[in-house]
Design a protein around this ligand. Structure first.
Ligand code: NAP
Length: 323
């Protein structure tokens, strides 16, 4: 089968596009014919050897996939050949086949395309845990989502709307304002205008929960527009900067600054993950949590797909269409 191999820590363009043996599958694993694979910001860091997880080389990147079940291990009970599935592979998705533990897979809901489904794992579940579990967003509250046109951004906006909250978003360009609105944001601010935080506080009532995948000064300024007992959720650092937080400002308004590492829920709390999947599927059926796809790329163009994500060109999800 065709796959992208990382043999040494390298740039995406230096990965090897080659023929490799089909993966073996264990008794509790499912062999999936990959139809689509989500491209994520951390894929670049993983290939460069700069991510918190450093897999043994050689390895195939690709954390979230969708496809059709080709073979099942002897202890698999929930899936059979021909089922349409999506799930978290963590590695191995940039290939025509991947073996995935049964517990990491879900049936694709009716009406959902393979391209939509592959983005429904890491991105949507992370946003769910950010907004609901760590942020504790309530129906009558206001949510602020930074980088509101990105993968986390668009999905967090949709989840905020699903809960019945008012949702504000920030983005880094005029074109992305429309995308955040399309995802459901009630108001969108361009964070290149340095007054966004002041405006939100003075003119739009402040916010109760902040989802921040950007970091740096975006997080620092968020404290200024967060209301009494508000929650700021640290999701990522796409700006490349870690915020220097003035903790006195947290104290002055009883604000909580909390972290999110979705992986830990995925690994250790399967019952919470099932709850999240049920809610996300229900909202998908209602048309609320619908992935926005920027572009699909062929497998051979994976390096370009990664650059498109990390060079801030894309919005929503970038997807490798493999079959
Ligand atoms: N904590 C967790 O468990 C968890 C789970 C999943 C993802 N994440 C993290 O969340 C972050 C966002 O993921 P995503 O899938 O939403 O990525 P994405 O779709 O690429 O969106 C990231 C957005 O960040 C903004 N950005 C601001 N400064 C940037 C810069 N210097 N370079 C690139 N982008 C910049 C861009 O929006 P504008 O152009 O509008 O500024 C970009 O669209 C990543 O860091 C990822 O690792 C964390």
């Amino acid at each position: 089968m065709k796959a992208y191999l990382v043999q040494k820590w390298c740039e995406p363009e230096e990965m090897l596009f080659t023929d490799v043996e089909e993966p073996l599958y264990k008794e509790n694993e499912v062999l999936v014919d990959v139809h689509a694979c989500g491209v994520n910001f951390p894929d670049l860091l993983l290939i460069q050897g700069k991510y918190q997880m450093r897999p043994t080389r050689p390895f195939i990147p690709g954390a979230e996939i969708s496809g059709v079940v080709s073979k099942v291990g002897s202890k698999v009970t929930q899936f059979q050949e021909g089922d349409k599935v999506y799930g978290a592979s963590f590695l191995g998705g940039y290939a025509q086949k991947v073996s995935v533990p049964e517990k990491n897979l879900y049936h694709i809901p009716q009406g959902m395309s393979f391209e939509e489904a592959c983005g429904f794992v890491v991105t949507y579940q992370s946003s769910y845990f950010g907004v609901i579990v760590r942020g504790q967003l309530q129906a009558k509250e206001t949510l602020l989502v930074h980088a509101g046109a990105g993968g986390i951004g668009t999905s967090a906006i949709q989840i905020g709307k699903a809960l019945g909250a008012k949702v504000y978003a920030t983005v880094g360009s005029e074109e992305k304002i429309e995308i955040a609105k399309q995802a459901g944001a009630d108001l969108v601010f361009n964070y290149n205008d340095s007054t966004w935080s002041k405006k939100i506080r003075k003119e739009y009532g402040g916010v109760d929960v902040v989802i921040d995948p950007v970091g740096g000064e975006i997080l620092e300024k968020s404290i200024l527009c967060t209301n009494f007992e508000g929650r700021i959720v640290v999701v990522g650092f796409t700006s490349g900067k870690i915020a220097q937080v003035a903790t006195n400002l947290l104290l002055l308004n009883n604000i909580s600054l909390v972290g999110l590492y979705w992986n830990l829920y995925f690994m250790n709390f399967p019952e919470k993950i099932h709850e999240a999947v049920d809610d996300l599927h229900l909202w998908y059926k209602k048309g609320i949590t619908k992935p926005i796809i920027y572009k699909t790329f062929e497998l051979k163009d994976a390096p370009l797909a990664i650059r498109t994500v990390t060079q801030r060109k894309s919005y929503g999800k970038v997807v490798l269409k493999i079959k």
